[in-house]
Design a protein around this ligand. Structure first.
Ligand code: SF4
Length: 356
């Protein structure tokens, strides 16, 4: 149940006083420029504050406003982002600046709906810009705020579920109207990041401990209730250990999960026909055994793989792209855990010399 208005006002005052006392001095906290706030929020997604500190001023010196960013080439933007990772964020920021130039005269709009129409800007980022730059009572809910509100209000339905998300936003909406909404939102985020932390909160240092349902009912370790994990999808996979001498031919993973890592040819399926397909698609030829030599299970976050391991003897590539690797000395190439399991399951290879 939501506390009465007088309690909400007390919580707001406590959070603001606490934040004023403990807030770290960060460059984006010194600014009310909506563009700078937007850049900082995008940089801070999935990235530590220490890392963002090394990029924020440099990025803003090079692109001081949306017009400067919009007129830069994508290569220039990506080079200023280089090292921050998750480059899709930089592309969306770039697209967002072009949108501002095309539709809002190069300014970040005050209207929340117009902000949410910017590429890459969702409810959270729009709320952060609205509250911090424009002093509007717009709520935000990120992972830290969700943890604080779940414990403070005793929300015991799983995170990620529609009703839980609606409740969290409703609680945040109820708390934010009042003085300094931007500081209040930052106080909630800071509290979640530093005091109401996962897994163990430091309730003795919390400014809103007096009204906290989780603390009063002894459920700080149980709340928030995590998102239920989806059971991994079962999938049949064939793997082909294509041997030549003591070595095995590897190809670069096409799958998003293994992209970039070298591994043996894989394909979905169970039998020899699927193994043949895997071998040919990898650009290899060889004498494929009639039956799978081994079977193993490999579980990833979303997939439970039932892997049948076939061996192809006297294998050789039909073109470029495959790499011959001595499994006992793979050198500098990264082999996935699955590839190592498959090689172990296939057993030792012959002893002839590497291919010429
Ligand atoms: S009292 Fe503890 S659990 Fe409750 S909001 Fe504060 S830090 Fe989190």
């Amino acid at each position: 149940m939501r506390p009465p208005p007088s309690t909400l006002a007390t919580e707001r005052a406590s959070l603001l006083a606490w934040f004023d006392a403990v807030a770290r001095d960060l460059p984006w906290r010194r600014s009310r420029d909506p563009y700078a706030i937007w850049v900082s929020e995008v940089m801070l997604q999935q990235t530590r504050v220490d890392t963002v500190l090394r990029y924020f001023d440099r990025f803003l010196s090079r692109f001081p406003d949306p017009c400067a960013l919009a007129s830069a080439s994508e290569d220039e933007v990506l080079s200023m982002w280089s090292g921050l990772g998750y480059y899709r964020r930089a592309r969306l920021l770039h697209a967002g600046s072009k949108h501002l130039v095309a539709h809002h005269g190069g300014e970040v709009p005050q209207d929340p709906e117009a902000r949410r129409a910017m590429p890459g800007v969702g409810r959270y980022t729009a709320g952060a810009i609205g509250s911090i730059a424009f002093d509007r009572p717009e709520a935000i809910v990120d992972g830290n705020v969700a943890r604080v509100l779940s414990r403070l209000r005793g929300i015991d339905t799983p995170l990620g579920r529609a009703d839980t998300e609606a409740r969290l936003w409703a609680e945040a909406d109820a708390l934010v109207p009042g003085p300094r909404p931007g500081a209040l939102n930052q106080a909630l985020m800071e509290l979640g990041a530093t005091v109401c932390a996962h897994p163990t909160p430091r309730c003795a240092d919390c400014p809103v401990a007096g009204g906290c349902v989780a603390l009063r009912t002894g459920r700080t370790a149980e709340l928030p209730v995590p998102k239920p994990r989806r059971a991994p999808r079962p999938v049949d996979v064939v793997a082909v250990v294509a041997r030549q001498g003591r070595g095995v031919w590897m190809v670069r993973g096409q799958d998003a999960l293994f992209g970039g890592l070298w591994g043996v040819p894989l394909d979905e399926g169970k039998g020899r026909a699927a193994a043949e397909r895997a071998l040919i698609s990898a650009g290899l030829r060889g004498t494929l055994e009639r039956r799978a030599q081994a079977r193993l299970e490999h579980v990833l976050t979303h997939r439970r793989m039932d892997v049948r391991v076939f061996v192809a003897a006297d294998a050789h590539p039909m073109g470029e792209g495959a790499r011959w690797v001595d499994p006992d000395a793979p050198g500098d190439i990264g082999l996935s855990a699955l590839t190592r399991k498959i090689l172990a399951a296939a057993g030792p290879s012959g002893t002839a010399s590497p291919p010429r």
